[in-house]
Design a protein around this ligand. Sequence first.
Ligand SMILES: [Zn+2]
Length: 403
Amino acid sequence: MAFELQQTLFTSRAHLDGMEPEEEFRKVGDLSLTPVTEIDIKELAEIYDERDVYLSVYLPTASGEEESLNRSFVRSREKAIEEVLSRELIESFKETMAIVEDLLFWKSIPGERGRIVFASALTSLLHVYRIGIEPDRTMVLNSSPFLLPLAKLRDDYMDYGVLLLDSREARLFCIRSDVPEEMGHLSIDLMNKHKKGGWSQMRFNRLRRGAIKSFLSEVVDDLQESCAGQEMRGIVIAGPGEVKSQLLEMLPDEMEKRVLGVVDLSIDASQKDLIEIGDELALEDERTRSTERAEELRSEILRGGLAVLGVEATKAALAEGRANVLILLKDASVPGWICERCQVIEARKRQPETCPTCGGPTSAVDVVEELYELAERTGAEVEFVEEDACLASSEGVGALLRY
Ligand SMILES: [Zn+2]
């Protein structure tokens, strides 16, 4: 955990009423890996300014080779951004770049595969996250932190559990953004407990079966306790032999529903194996879930029920707080602009210099990102869908409604 860089990170939030950013000083001396599910995306979604002052950077950092690619990517984005900024904003952008300059290229720590940075010199915001999964290279300057890439990562990499067991040992892991954390370990020593005493083979077998059963019921208790209150996608049951099905039979219904899959695996399986197998099941579960959501959306639309499609209707539903689930195609992107004062969003229309409603400053945005932020602020769930014909024909955007 020792990390030589001691640095004070500043965060501030410019709230709806805009003025006085409330400042909050955080010491983040050791920046260990952060699961993407732990990043407070709701808080980030509240941050915005009237000007384009928030820099968001996503970089893959898994290997040394990435570093030179990252450097040339950041250089070229930096140049492109400067070319379109006003003189006043160039100064603040340069200050922001000076703050992040070094930390963008910090040497990665074990297990780190990506880095996310949100920064703004003007509003004293600096968030740095080392993550265990690989993001696509992205660098954006906007009036708020750019959250869509993070939101998609969170959708795919929700935490899940892996229970690895045989008849004498059980280990429970929580896989968070591809980093396993061992949550519990139980074992019994069947042989030593029962070898002595000269029992008949039959009696020994009976005792052994009993011991396994009570061991498994302890495992079930532990599992329930560990999973209670944890926001997890579900649990993978892994291990050699028959004992897995014995355990499955003993699981209470509500736990059984959370089982993502049952797989044969050596009890000495490496963490890498656990993640590989677990990820496959977790992503399959994610795909099933999003397909179900997309189908629900389609059938609600067909029967004139509680759903809307397309940017305009979805925007209105979100603004009125009627959206329950915002459903987005993964590659949806709709150019438009937002008024940074009254928050009016227009898709596809040419960005006016000032807002026709309030005269406030406008900036070019991806409307999908704005809809996402609106969903976070209004407490709507967000689901990303890989592909869907119905969504694809409606700008990749839709919502299930509360009423
Ligand atoms: Zn306005």
